[in-house]
Design a protein around this ligand. Structure first.
Ligand code: GDP
Length: 250
C-alpha cells in the first residue's frame, strides 16, 4: 500500500526520549545522577582467597535469585553492563568485586538459589559467602534485596540474624514495589520494619529497580557507608543516622 503523504499541519506525535540512567522514567522517580555509583569490574573471586586485598571499604549485595539483585546494581550504578558481568557463565557463583574508587568497592555476592538448588550450588554459596561475611574486614554494610511479594525467605532471615549478631549495618530493599498497590506497599513496609525491630542495625525501604523508587535513599545510605560524599554538592551528612523506610508515594 502506498504511503499516505503527511497531512500538512498535522501534529507529529512527540517521540519519547530514551530513559537515561538516573532520569525520571514513566511513573518512576528521578535519581540525581551525581549520586550514582559508577563502578568498574575488578575481579571475580571463586573464593575469599582470590579476593582483592582486604583494604578500603566494601558494601556487599545479597539476595535470593530473581529478587532483582542485578537490576538493583544496575540502577544504583547507572550501568547496564555491570550486573551482566556477574552473570558471565562461570562467574555466577563468584564473589564479584567492582571498584568505585581507590578505597571503595561494591561486591556482588552469588544469588542464593531456590530451595531446590542442587547441593553443590548451596555448598558453594555457603562456603564462599559465609567466609566473606565473617572474615572480611573491609565490609562496612550489606544491601539485602528481597522481592516485596515474597520477603523474609529462610536465607534472608539467616542474613538478618547474622547482621544483627555481627552489628553490620543492613539495608533491606523491598524490591519490585511497583508490583504492589499503595496500600499493600505500606502494609508490607510496616510489617518489615516491625520484623526488623530487634535488629537495630537493619532498616527496610520500599524499592523498585524498575522505576527508581527508593534509589536515592539507598544511594545516600551506601555512600555514607563507603564514606563518599552523600550530597551532590559534596557535603557529607551530619553523623550516622538511620533512615526509616518511607513510602515515596505517601
Ligand atoms: P537477580 O536474579 O536477583 O539478579 O534478578 P534480576 O535482576 O535478573 O531480576 C529478575 C527479574 O525481575 C527480571 O525479569 C527483572 O526484570 C525483574 N525485576 C527486577 N527488579 C524489578 C522491579 O523493581 N520491578 C519489576 N516489576 N521487576 C523487576
Amino acid at each position: 500500500m502506498p504511503r499516505r503523504p503527511p497531512t500538512p499541519g498535522a501534529r507529529k506525535r512527540p517521540r519519547r526520549p530514551a530513559a537515561q540512567p538516573g532520569s525520571p522514567t514513566a511513573r518512576g522517580e528521578a535519581v540525581d545522577p551525581r549520586l550514582l555509583l559508577p563502578a568498574d569490574f575488578e575481579l571475580g573471586a571463586p573464593s575469599l582467597a582470590h579476593a582483592p586485598p582486604d583494604s578500603g571499604r566494601e558494601v556487599a549485595f545479597a539476595g535470593r535469585s530473581n529478587a532483582g539483585k542485578s537490576s538493583v546494581l544496575n540502577r544504583l550504578t547507572g550501568q547496564r553492563a555491570l550486573a551482566r558481568t556477574s552473570r558471565t557463565p562461570g562467574r555466577t557463583q563468584h564473589l564479584n568485586f567492582f571498584r568505585v574508587d581507590d578505597a571503595a568497592r561494591l561486591v556482588d555476592l552469588p544469588g542464593y538459589g531456590y530451595a531446590r538448588a542442587d547441593l553443590e550450588t548451596r555448598d558453594a554459596w555457603q562456603v564462599h559467602v559465609e567466609a566473606y561475611l565473617s572474615a572480611r574486614q573491609a565490609l562496612v554494610g550489606v544491601v539485602l534485596v528481597m522481592d516485596v511479594r515474597h520477603p523474609f525467605q529462610p536465607f534472608d532471615e539467616q542474613l538478618i540474624a547474622w547482621a544483627g549478631s555481627s552489628a553490620i549495618p543492613l539495608l533491606v530493599l523491598l524490591n519490585k514495589a511497583d508490583k504492589l498497590g499503595h496500600g499493600a506497599r505500606a502494609d508490607t513496609l510496616r510489617s518489615a520494619t516491625e520484623r526488623l525491630r530487634d535488629t537495630p542495625t537493619a532498616e527496610a525501604i520500599l524499592f523498585s529497580a524498575l522505576r527508581g523508587m527508593g534509589a536515592e535513599t539507598a544511594l545516600r545510605r551506601v555512600r555514607q557507608w563507603l564514606c563518599l560524599p552523600e550530597t551532590p554538592d559534596g557535603a557529607a551528612s551530619s553523623g550516622p543516622q538511620l533512615v526509616t523506610g518511607q513510602d515515596p508515594d505517601a
